[in-house]
Design a protein around this ligand. Sequence first.
Ligand SMILES: NC(=O)c1ccc[n+]([C@@H]2O[C@H](COP(=O)([O-])OP(=O)(O)OC[C@H]3O[C@@H](n4cnc5c(N)ncnc54)[C@H](OP(=O)(O)O)[C@@H]3O)[C@@H](O)[C@H]2O)c1
Length: 312
Amino acid sequence: LSLKGKVALITGASSGIGAATSILFAKLGARLALNGRNMDNLTKIAHQCEEASKEKPLLVPGDLTEEGVVKKTIADTIAHYSQLDILVNNAGILETGSIENTTMEQYDKVMNINMRSVYELTTLAVPHLIKTKGNVINVSSICGPRSFSGLLAYCVSKSALDQFTRCVALVELASKQVRVNAVCPGVIITEIHKRAGLNEGQYAEFLEHSKETHALGRPGKADEVAQGIAFLAAETASFITGVTLPIDGGRHAMCPRIFFFFLLSLKGKVALVNGASSGIGAATSILSAKLRARLALNGWNMDNLTKIAHQC
Ligand SMILES: NC(=O)c1ccc[n+]([C@@H]2O[C@H](COP(=O)([O-])OP(=O)(O)OC[C@H]3O[C@@H](n4cnc5c(N)ncnc54)[C@H](OP(=O)(O)O)[C@@H]3O)[C@@H](O)[C@H]2O)c1
């Protein structure tokens, strides 16, 4: 796997998946243009890239939802390197909320970075990518192909990004030998969930729950996504375009689960569960206990009922 000599523009390089991708790309020999908002973090990641490749990355900082920043990002990259081989559209945010309580401000905020900025950046990058027969990797999510409650605007934005990936890849750029792919990560340990409002305790609970929602029994690491991005960006994927590659510990193949399950609460409720000593009744009792209900448990077999009561 090599990216030697390739010029790559990576958005959201200052944290999480974007940071891991930048460092891996540097190790693989790419020349980098790195975008992010937090200048301190971006500079730290740039130093790590420089240590890995002995090449100083170009910094193209800025909020991609602000007027003119996308144009400047591409213009500065081309002015510096005179070419572009790889665009990694990674910058993104997560907002919680359902159809009943997501505000239009939240919707616009999510769509503006997760989709609109990607559309604009890709549009401006395409003339340069056609010249180099380069490629685009969009960082989507398992929330693109699958549906989760409590994350409506985010799911919509990632689903749009998946369709954008396929349309641009197959209908528009394949004939010009520009490949366009996406990765769809499951839960990856980064800052995104805490930034969306989870406190430390909720985040710990969420990661614990991820052991059940991912077939491989754990959340993923940013570098595991970076490896997939690098594979798609390199010649290793020369015959791959239009794919939305799950990097999710098998989660896409599982039944949909409630994503922010702890937003569900039975706190303060009193629940009477019949048949609580076995099977569905036992599972319902244990889940209700986790959701903080106060329980009255019914069942015939006193030994089993006592065991379930202990678990509750
Ligand atoms: N972590 C997961 O579980 C997970 C799962 C599936 C998909 N993803 C996707 O992976 C991508 C990266 O997320 P992450 O998990 O690495 O989160 P993260 O640690 O919060 O990093 C997000 C990055 O996006 C940047 N960013 C956000 N809004 C921006 C804006 N308006 N303009 C420019 N940069 C902006 C941030 O910049 P600053 O820090 O400098 O502000 C940061 O570098 C996102 O698209 C996310 O949807 C993540």
